[in-house]
Design a protein around this ligand. Structure first.
Ligand code: MN
Length: 295
């Protein structure tokens, strides 16, 4: 193990009408445990004409985890689910072999929207399996000193999230009052901290919103100093043993699988189904490799 903490900049991307800070994947950092994608959306103002509004699009081989800090988003999927998510709640959608969903602004909410959307890669054992959707209205909270923690995934500080995952991992939202905090870690896990608000010092590094601090494996604890009241997302897990090929909204193991998923979405077959949404279906872009390539 190393005590060194590396801080990487997220890159900006556009999702729906919102600018997001994408912390994962980075070229230098593909996964933290099975966490393979992390977007920090907002804070942004939702108005009559501007909101999240992501039209129907497909996923394979992953679970989406949606967590809001502010605002409201309406989830619809090809299983027939229709669910408004609000701060403090978790939406967990399993793609398996295939699912499609839309994320819409609600008709009534106007104000600030901020949250994260995360993807968790499914292991070989479940990634070809059925799709699913679960809304968790209540999640466990833990207070440690001046920090208020919500356990989104896995077990942390003795509290266990009801959300079900296929590999050992943890996800924690923490609002940390100014000052130092020490939390116990699992040395078998690798960890990263995404700064959402404020600024935090971790070991020899300081992370601001738009940055992800990586801690590697082998640590018994994390020492964190909030330089002001801050909000962070702690992600961790057993290093994912399978090599992923990720492209657009698909997590797979090779290009042939991606090409098959692209064709299935284009052909509107049963694999992804239909989403009852007022928004337009998002067409798959063309993969940047020759058709028939399977490398
Ligand atoms: Mn999606």
């Amino acid at each position: 193990m190393s005590d060194h903490v590396e801080v990487l900049d997220s890159h900006e991307a556009t999702v729906g009408q919102l600018t997001v800070r994408r912390a994962l994947p980075r070229r230098q950092l593909r996964t933290i445990g099975a966490w393979c994608f992390a977007d920090h959306m907002g804070p942004a103002e939702v108005t009559e004409t501007s909101g999240l509004d992501v039209g129907p699009h497909p996923h394979t081989g992953l679970k989406t985890v949606t967590w809001l800090v502010d605002g409201a988003v309406l989830h619809r999927d090809s299983l027939g689910s229709e669910q408004v998510i609000r701060p403090g709640q978790l939406n967990l959608m399993t793609a398996g072999h295939g699912v499609a969903h839309a994320e819409e602004a609600t008709d009534s909410y106007r104000g600030t929207l901020q949250g994260v959307q995360l993807w968790v890669a499914q292991p070989e054992a479940t990634r070809h399996g059925p799709a699913g959707f679960t809304h968790h209205a209540e999640l466990p909270h833990v207070e440690i000193g001046a920090a208020e923690l919500t356990v989104l995934a896995g077990t942390f500080a003795g509290a266990t999230s009801p959300a079900q995952f296929d590999t050992e991992l943890v996800g924690v939202d923490a609002v940390v009052g100014a000052g130092r905090a020490t939390w116990e870690l699992n040395p078998a896990f690798e960890y990263a901290v995404i700064a959402l608000e404020g600024q935090v010092r971790i070991g020899d590094a300081v992370a601001h919103p738009g940055q992800i601090a990586t801690l590697g494996t082998g640590r018994q604890e994390i020492d964190l100093e909030a330089l002001e009241t801050s909000r962070v997302l702690l992600l961790g897990g057993v290093p994912f043993p399978e090599t992923l090929v990720m492209w657009w909204n698909f997590v797979a193991r090779d290009r042939a699988e991606i090409s098959a998923a692209v064709a299935a979405w284009r052909d509107r077959g049963e694999r992804f189904g239909e989403v009852d949404s007022r928004l337009d279906r998002i067409p798959a872009p063309l993969p940047p490799w020759p058709s028939g390539s399977s490398a």
